[in-house]
Design a protein around this ligand. Structure first.
Ligand code: AMP
Ligand code: ZN
Ligand code: FE
Ligand code: FE
Length: 283
């Protein structure tokens, strides 16, 4: 039983179509795959249909761009109704924030002598409904300024680099409530990746566990081995489901192949039981 619960298609910043992603999941020997694009559900119908045809389990999910204490936090949500009015209003704010950040990023790049415009970004973004820094990175690759996304982030786009511009994130606690109201369950994504341990301390995770959080993504490429064991123990202590996943982005992220981390069967069972309960209690 192999379940990969965190992947991205070209509806956000992955490079596979939802159908290609599901086909790749079958090829990787997975039994269950979740599609969790950033802030959009647009890939669900195609992925669901492909999964039914190819005989693999499918979980509809989303990675919601949240903010807590001035820092970005990614919240995975599963089984939520993407038409819930409160939720869609919040997601619209996040998507608007993604779009409105772009001119500032491009201006900063121009100040550094790097000339790309919105049309260049749109051209590489293709099917993306959710626009992100990886698309700016792809535009930089296309004009030959950098070799790949990693170099674009390291030189220009990550916090502390000259073309980094912050964007709006949905308030974390409020988003937990919205996901619950929309009949879904929440799992905090890669809580200790890229320095976010400073924000998502054990105390904060304990608080979230008491505020409606269902699980924590324990096994992830951006965690160290000791993060894995500490987070697994913390999940046990806090009675949270512990998930593992690839955070696959197609060719957009190296080292995140489908199934490189998976979620144990008993933890998937827990998550699915919580999803059934959430669906029953949705408002
Ligand atoms: P944004 O949505 O604009 O905040 O961009 C975040 C996305 O950029 C996430 O999906 C990350 O996977 C991706 N990302 C962050 N750092 C890097 C990096 N160094 N190389 C490639 N992708 C990255
Ligand atoms: Zn991404
Ligand atoms: Fe993430
Ligand atoms: Fe992700």
């Amino acid at each position: 039983m192999r379940a990969d619960l965190h992947t991205h298609s070209h509806c956000s910043d992955g490079t596979d179509s939802p159908r290609e992603l599901v086909r790749a999941a079958v090829g990787a020997g997975l039994d269950v795959v979740a599609l969790t694009d950033h802030d959009v559900a647009d890939g669900w119908p195609e992925a669901r249909e492909a999964a039914a045809e190819l005989g693999i389990g499918f979980l509809a999910g989303m990675e919601i761009s949240c903010a807590h204490d001035g820092a970005g936090v990614h919240l995975l949500a599963y089984g939520l109704d993407p038409t819930h009015p409160g939720l869609t209003a919040e997601l619209d704010r996040v998507l608007a924030g993604r779009r409105s950040r772009l001119p500032g990023v491009l201006q900063r790049l121009r100040d550094l002598g790097v000339e790309i415009d919105e049309a260049d970004v749109r051209a590489v973004a293709g099917h993306a409904v959710s626009l992100g820094r990886p698309h700016v990175a792809d535009a930089l690759v296309a004009v030959g300024v950098v070799a790949d996304r990693d170099e674009a982030f390291d030189r220009y786009l990550k916090p502390g680099r000259p073309a980094y511009v912050p964007r709006y994130g949905a308030p974390l606690h409020e988003t937990l409530r919205l996901v619950e109201a929309a009949g879904g369950v929440s799992v905090v994504a890669h809580p200790w990746a890229r320095g976010s341990r400073r924000v998502l301390t054990k105390n904060v995770l304990a608080d979230l566990a008491g505020s409606g959080l269902t699980g924590v993504e324990v096994w992830h490429r951006d965690h160290t081995d000791s993060d894995h064991s500490e987070l697994a123990a913390l999940a046990r202590d806090l009675d949270l489901a512990a998930t593992g996943s690839s955070d696959y982005h197609g060719t957009g992220k190296v080292g995140h192949e489908l199934g490189c981390h998976t979620t144990p069967a008993d933890q998937l069972d827990r998550l699915q039981a919580a999803m059934a309960a959430a669906r029953a209690g949705a408002r």
